[in-house]
Design a protein around this ligand. Structure first.
Ligand code: FAD
Ligand code: NAP
Ligand code: SF4
Length: 677
């Protein structure tokens, strides 16, 4: 097939001696939230089977705890629990017997949610609410035998192997570094003692499961925090784990408490693979690399460079279950690319919601959101080719409807055409490429540069009319809002209006932050250049200091401009941003000296600047430009006109509800509506 010629490394099988992986791509471990839910295993079975059919070589489940103290409910320690897992392994092997299905054993240690969390020492993590209990010698033995039992149960459940996570600030990694392991017995002190627990864990699991079983260890190749492992320690641990019986080493980067972004969209693609490549030279077992490898060419390049034997794609498998089969068939331009936003996956995990995907709401909802062929074809007009209109059109046309998609602009994408211009959001181009291709593939009639009116639609003879016209920016009622200093965010991002040397941004939502990023930015976008990224986040890939970080506050180049980012609320600025990415934006702007001010009442705008009241103090911000990013209102006059005529018309996306609208909600709503039309 075409893909095998274009990506020869990616499609070369990997022989592990007793078993073979059919290609070099695995679906990395992701917690879905289904593990603990009623009916969750049935849904997981459908979710994983769909990925198995999509061509991936190996799948690793989300983390499963070996005991109560190690996790948050999704435990595997009994034969009854193993039976539930069998639903998953049977479904995957039925979908494709060639796919290897492994289970991740995750002992969260000090990050476990319950009050009975345990750790080598009673050291509370920066991101945890409770201090763990220090394990005594018997407690350590119990944890080890629970890990072994969990692996045995996984084998019983039909898994082809297990992965033991030894990174991220979970139990095993807390043994490894001095800041969390203060023991003076055989399990602490020298590095040899500190690595005893993970090594013993692998040794005993291997003994229990036998030689012909996949046993992966996930090593923190870079902890990304001060006081983490040195490079020599990483190598020493890797070799000891190999000797203890692991047959694949998976490299991981970061502890959850680290302050370096490692998977957000601002991280360059394949940023960390050079570290895996260095470790690979020290070991003789196959090595997996990961993080921001979201397209087949990126994965192939990693393998060509010799950075790894296997490439882990986790979130890209949420975004498109068929990514590998499309690659194999030479249909890469049909891949729905993971944009690294975290909005529906990791943000959901960390807020206790079921995982899904912004660009693919079916992810983890395979049995609930189905795109079945229609039995009565309709002629549908979709007005607006933003994310909502595009998604609706794609799904409706896929189901067999005849769709005409209109947009006033001369390109598809709506507000995504603004988003893609923000440094760090270049991945949005991929979503637009995907939709452009799908318009072709699905035979959607596209009419650009067409401002649709109610009369046009009345005359069109459509069975259904879907209004996806999006939003219009809110203009606050404020003295001086028409002053020549005042500009809209749309004009600034499009480059229609320039901003001066000093700028006040009114509104610190997602768009206010993006505008602040755009106008405070200087030089290359760090997301497109690994060296710039490393400099801006204090990472030293080449010298690999302890933990991988320099420990010095990074000096970040900034535009020669004074920027104020303002909001009226008293909550900290940026509180409403994504759970797992908001902090990266706050840090990035602070490093460029953007002044973020909350509790700010706007009084007026005049030649002197923006007059504000902060607490009891009246102040004049002597700025050249005021950029309004004060939210949006729905644009739905067409709907109001047509509904009065009794036509079958519906609203979707921003046109339906502009408040707190994001692309996740717009796409999700559109896909659900189109699945039922
Ligand atoms: P829109 O994208 O606004 O599309 C509406 C379309 O309708 C437009 O193309 C318009 O031309 C067309 N239209 C309007 N009237 C007519 C008419 N009469 N005839 C024909 N066509 C018409 N969301 C996220 O989830 N994550 C992000 O990181 C993110 N970043 C963003 C960054 C920026 C700078 C901006 C501006 C937005 C960002 N968003 C983000 C928000 C996201 O883009 C919107 O939520 C999403 O675009 C809304 O989709 P929509 O289809 O409802 O509307
Ligand atoms: P938003 O997040 O709702 O923020 C609007 C801002 O304007 C708030 O700071 C609000 O805070 C302020 N505001 C509201 N009414 C105002 C008024 N009358 N006068 C002055 N200020 C007012 O909306 P947005 O920034 O326009 O973003 C639109 C959507 O796109 C959001 O839902 C967002 O999630 C999404 N988006 C997401 C990202 C992302 O990275 N995930 C990036 C960009 C956009 P105060 O009321 O406190 O002043
Ligand atoms: Fe990727 Fe965003 Fe989907 Fe998560 S929600 S899988 S980061 S596109």
């Amino acid at each position: 097939m075409l893909g095998q010629i274009k990506y020869p490394h990616l499609f070369t099988p990997l022989d592990l001696g007793f078993t073979k992986l059919k290609n070099r791509v695995l679906m990395g471990s992701m917690h879905t939230g289904l593990e603990e839910r009623e009916g969750g295993f049935e849904r997981m079975a459908a979710y994983f089977a769909e990925r198995a059919r999509g061509g991936v070589g190996m799948i690793i489940t989300g983390g499963i705890s070996p005991n109560m103290e190690g996790g948050f409910g999704a435990k595997l320690s009994t034969p009854e629990e193993a039976l539930r897992h069998k639903l998953v392994t049977d479904a995957v092997h039925a979908a494709d017997p060639g796919v290897k299905m492994c289970m991740q054993i995750l002992h969260m240690g000090p990050l476990a949610h319950g009050e009975d969390a345990v750790a080598p020492s009673a050291v509370r993590s920066r991101i945890s609410r409770q201090t763990p209990t220090e394990l005594d010698a018997a407690g350590i033995e119990k944890q080890l035998s629970d890990m072994v039992n969990c692996a045995e149960m996984a084998k019983k459940a039909g898994y082809d192997g297990v992965e033991v996570i030894g990174s991220a600030g979970y139990l095993l990694s807390t043994f490894l570094v001095e800041k969390t392991n203060r023991r003076t017995d055989d399990w602490g002190g020298s590095f040899e003692n500190r690595m005893r627990f993970p090594v013993e864990c692998i040794r005993r699991i291997r003994e229990a499961v036998g030689t012909e079983y996949i046993l992966i260890f996930r090593i923190a190749a870079m902890d990304m925090l001060e006081g983490g492992m040195s490079w020599d320690e990483v190598v020493q641990l890797g070799k000891a784990i190999e000797a203890a019986g692991a047959n694949i080493m998976s490299t991981h980067f970061t502890w959850h408490e680290a302050t370096v972004p490692t998977i957000a969209t601002m991280v360059p693609r394949a940023a960390f693979t050079s570290v895996t490549g260095r470790l690979r030279k020290e070991l003789s077992i196959p090595v997996i690399t990961s993080n921001r490898i979201n397209m087949p060419d990126v994965a192939e390049d990693v393998l060509v460079r010799g950075d790894a034997d296997l490439v882990s794609m986790a979130r890209p498998m949420l975004a498109d279950p068929d990514i590998i089969i499309k690659t194999l068939e030479g249909r890469e331009d049909e891949i729905n690319t993971c944009i690294g936003c975290n909005q529906a996956c990791l943000d959901h995990t960390f807020t206790g919601q079921e995982v899904s995907c912004l660009v693919n709401p079916r992810a983890c909802h395979e049995t609930l959101l189905e795109y079945k062929p229609t039995t009565s074809q309709k002629r549908i007009a979709v007005i607006g080719a933003g994310p909502a209109g595009l998604s609706y059109s794609e799904v409706a046309a896929k189901r067999g409807h005849q769709v005409t998609l209109f947009d006033a602009a001369d390109e598809i994408g709506g507000q995504f055409n603004l988003a893609k211009k923000i440094p760090g959001k270049e991945e949005f181009y991929e979503t637009l490429r995907y939709f452009a291709k799908m318009i072709d593939v699905r035979g959607i009639e596209l009419r650009l540069s067409t401002i649709v009116t109610a009369d046009m639609l009345r005359a069109g003879g459509f069975d259904e009319i879907v209004i996806a016209t999006g939003i219009e920016p809110r203009v606050p009622e404020l003295e001086g809002i028409s002053h020549h200093k005042v500009v809209s965010y749309i004009d600034v991002i499009k480059g229609i209006k320039t901003v001066g040397k000093s700028v006040a941004i009114m509104g610190a939502g997602g768009i206010g932050f993006d505008v602040a990023e755009l106008i405070s930015h200087k030089g290359k976008s760090a997301s497109l250049d690994i060296d710039t990224f490393a400099k801006e986040w204090g990472v030293d890939f080449k010298n690999h200091p302890r933990g991988g970080v320099t420990g010095v506050e990074p000096i970040v180049e900034a535009a020669d401009r004074e920027v104020y980012l303002l909001q009226r609320k008293l909550t900290p600025v940026g509180r409403g941003l994504g759970k797992t990415t908001g902090w990266t934006h706050r840090i990035a702007l602070a490093r460029r000296n953007v002044k973020m001010i909350n509790g700010c009442d706007y009084v007026k705008i005049d030649d002197l600047g923006l007059h504000v009241r902060i607490g009891d103090q009246l102040q004049i911000l002597d700025v050249d430009t005021v950029v309004v990013c004060a939210g949006q209102n729905p644009l739905r006059s067409l709907y109001d006109e047509l509904q009065a005529d009794g036509l079958s018309v519906s609203l979707v996306g921003g046109a339906f509800e502009a408040s707190e609208l994001d692309a996740k909600r717009a796409i999700n709503q559109a896909c659900h509506m189109a699945s039922a039309v």
